[in-house]
Design a protein around this ligand. Structure first.
Ligand SMILES: [Zn+2]
Length: 61
């Protein structure tokens, strides 16, 4: 039995936006680091660095 934990942080490979998962609100929120909120480019079509490796269980019949 393999347990896969969902990622808790993701980063956009295009604009550098970094988000962390907020369990309280069930939403991704931008990370604040060194006093700056890493929002990246608001017009960016974000490409998250976790999408390629994170495969939720569900389609393995
Ligand atoms: Zn982006």
């Amino acid at each position: 039995m393999v347990t896969i934990d969902p990622p808790t942080e993701r980063r956009c490979e295009r604009c550098g936006r970094v988000e962390t998962w907020d369990e309280g609100t069930d939403a991704w929120v931008a990370v604040e680091r060194d006093g700056d909120v890493l929002r990246g480019n608001p017009h960016c079509v974000h490409v998250w660095n976790i999408t390629g490796s994170y495969n939720p269980i569900g389609n393995t019949s």
